[in-house]
Design a protein around this ligand. Structure first.
Ligand code: NDP
Length: 239
């Protein structure tokens, strides 16, 4: 029998795609959300609804969740993974990049939680996993605006966790260190891109998206009475 519906934003590449595969392997129905629908469909996972949604479009996000719930029943897990990293220095970076990151990394994450939390609270069951970052715990060169979004994700997650704890709903945060994905592709400054690549080489390379996905499945599959609140997972050599 198909296991409960898991909603994953940003499932078209990297960590989100890896999480989708592992939850599918575990037998869950899925709603996969991203703008590149062809990459969602190429995953070719069973019992899966793929929808082309920009997570900043709250109405479209809600509609996709309602549609998938109509097919597979209530969402038992939302993984707010969609994210953008545009590194830059504040005196030279295009402010539009800050706005993009706050809209996708923070506001859309709040909207996602709002879309599922009411029903989870009524059912006294459900799990939200927010993908923050090690940059939600400490600062890095050229990361000011991005770090701001990820500190916000970690703070919001902890606050909501406390707010809903007595309903039995779990809110969890995963804070990855360097993971090999497409995340750096959105940074526009070539010097910063090169510096980041050199730094990654200096720590012996990044971990894999599958490493993060394994942890997401482990956290979710604990008994509902157990909440692994916050996990940092990073390359061993990353300081
Ligand atoms: P990727 O760039 O590979 O994946 C990002 C995903 O987010 C894509 O599926 C992309 O889909 C989706 N996305 C971005 N903007 C939107 C949007 N407006 N609407 C819908 N989907 C969107 O990077 P990662 O897998 O690395 O990133 C996943 C998460 O992990 C992010 O939150 C990131 O901040 C976090 N993270 C990553 C780390 C790393 O080193 N890679 C370290 C720490 C945290 P599409 O373009 O198709 O819309």
């Amino acid at each position: 029998m198909t296991k409960p519906l898991v909603v994953i934003t940003g499932a078209s590449s990297g960590i989100g795609a890896a999480i989708a595969k592992q939850f599918s392997d575990a037998g869950h129905a899925l709603l996969l959300i991203a703008r590149r629908i062809e990459k969602l469909e190429a995953l070719d996972l069973p019992n899966t609804v793929c929808r082309k949604v920009d997570v900043t479009d709250t109405a479209a996000l809600r509609a996709a969740i309602v549609e998938a719930e109509g097919q597979y029943g209530p969402a038992d897990c939302l993984i707010n993974n969609a994210g953008l990293m545009q590194l830059g220095q504040i005196d030279t970076q295009d402010p539009a990049e800050w706005r993009n990151m706050y809209d996708v990394n923070v506001v859309a994450l709040l909207n996602g939680m709002q879309a599922v939390l009411g029903d989870m609270k009524r059912r006294n069951h459900g799990t939200i996993i927010n993908i923050s970052s090690i940059a939600g715990k400490k600062s890095f060169p050229n990361h000011a605006a991005y770090v701001g979004t990820k500190f916000a994700v970690s703070a919001i997650s902890e606050n909501v966790r406390e707010e809903v704890a007595d309903t039995g709903v779990r809110v969890m945060t995963i804070c990855p260190g360097a993971v090999e994905t497409e995340l750096l592709d959105h940074t526009t400054n070539p010097d910063i891109i090169n510096g980041y690549q050199d730094w990654k080489d200096s720590i012996g390379g990044a971990i894999h998206a599958d490493d993060v996905a394994r942890i997401a499945v482990f956290m979710y599959t604990q008994p509902q009475s157990v909440n692994i609140r916050d996990v940092v997972v990073a390359p061993t050599r990353q300081t």
